[in-house]
Design a protein around this ligand. Structure first.
Ligand code: SF4
Length: 364
């Protein structure tokens, strides 16, 4: 496949460790998600974590809303294939319980856990266990005084909130920090993250909060996360969708692939179809994408609808097909490999991919 142009270099950050997972500018951008099962039900939560891990999730956040969930957190941590981040609000005792349960990271805002003495205890315990803390600033829960002084949840107010929370930890000598600043609209999120990124070198977790249902959330996340990644800002990301969390992982990887940041699995390039198309190209592309879903190798497969632009595009991908009336050609590494009847095109493509990559692709 042809090399993609490089976007801006990553903004330099410190490295923090979430268990064995390194996060920061010297490491690949990490894909994460959050479970939506009852956290007090380890079986259901672990089943979802397994699904997320299979889809390519690398770090998983679990809400710990109360004592019941905190009491079962250890079981989740012990059996999770992914490092677990405990998401806690207001209650520093829950945070201490999460540390005891062995979580890899805490997501908590030091400004809302009950005062400086509680921050001190938490910073000391997290530091002793080498557990980093993610400060998560969200436009929906900004401090009242910042809302008043900035006239609402503006980008500057969000960045100021993040800096304020950082300072509480920094004052305790704690620097193992990550930060996320999320608004539900793209411009505010982008501006706030730029503002923060200019003054601190902590890794940044990207996301658009309450981004929406599958299509709307995907577009919002791709725009917001994409702008920041293109500027070199961002070390982990979560695509928040009102959908099955597994969908978040798929979208996250597609955003990373689109920017040339990271690749996982097959990327399908398919033409938009036009008056020249003489096959059911939409059905063909969907079938190829579905069949290649289990393939983890980062390969590009072009599915093109005619012999005008088709062969040219197909040649630039690792593999490709260009379908014409009644038959089509299969490409590999820029060379035409075979010409077969239309009915055999998909099977021939799969055969060529299997031969060249060694993977076995299950048929429908
Ligand atoms: Fe039309 Fe061919 Fe381009 Fe597809 S590849 S959009 S069929 S010209």
């Amino acid at each position: 496949m042809k090399e993609m142009e490089r976007l801006a270099p990553r903004r330099e950050t410190i490295t923090v460790m979430a268990g064995k997972l390194a996060i920061g500018s010297s490491h690949p951008v990490v894909v994460q998600s959050m479970t939506n099962t009852d956290s007090a039900d380890p079986e259901a939560t672990l089943a979802q974590i397994e699904q997320l891990a299979s889809a390519g999730c690398e770090l998983v956040r679990v809400a710990v809303p109360g004592k019941k969930a905190a009491a079962r957190l250890g079981e989740i941590v012990d059996h999770s294939p992914l490092p677990v981040v405990a998401d806690i609000h207001f209650n520093y005792r829950l945070a201490l319980a999460a540390l005891e349960a062995g979580v890899a990271k805490l997501r908590i805002n030091p400004g809302n856990i009950g005062g400086a003495d509680k921050v001190k205890v938490l910073a000391r315990e997290a530091s002793a266990l080498s557990v980093p803390i993610r400060i998560g600033v969200n436009s929906g829960s900004l401090e009242q005084e910042l809302l008043e002084s900035h006239g609402g949840p503006t980008a500057k107010a969000l960045a100021a909130s993040a800096l304020g929370h950082c300072k509480l930890l920094e004052d305790e000598g704690f620097g193992d920090i990550l930060v996320s600043i999320k608004a539900s609209d793209v411009p505010t999120t982008v501006l706030a993250n730029r503002e923060f990124a200019a003054v601190r070198n902590y890794p940044i977790h990207l996301g658009i909060t309450e981004a929406g249902t599958l299509i709307r959330g995907t577009v919002n996340s791709a725009a917001g996360i994409g702008i920041l990644l293109a500027e070199g800002i961002g070390d982990t990301l979560r695509v928040s969708l009102t959908a099955d969390p597994v969908e978040e992982i798929d979208v996250a990887w597609k955003i990373l692939a689109a920017l040339g940041t990271r690749r996982r699995g097959v990327e399908i390039i398919s033409c938009p179809t036009c008056g020249r198309t003489e096959v059911d190209l939409i059905g063909l592309a969907e079938r190829v994408e579905r069949l290649l879903l289990p393939v983890e190798q980062p390969i590009t497969v072009a599915v093109m609808g005619c012999v005008v632009n088709g062969p040219g595009e197909a040649r630039q991908a690792d593999f490709g097909i260009a379908a014409g009336k009644g038959n089509g050609v299969v490409f590999h590494a820029g060379e035409q490999v075979s010409r077969v009847p239309e009915s055999e095109l998909v099977e021939e493509l799969l055969r060529v991919i299997e031969r060249e990559t060694g993977v076995v692709i299950p048929r429908e």
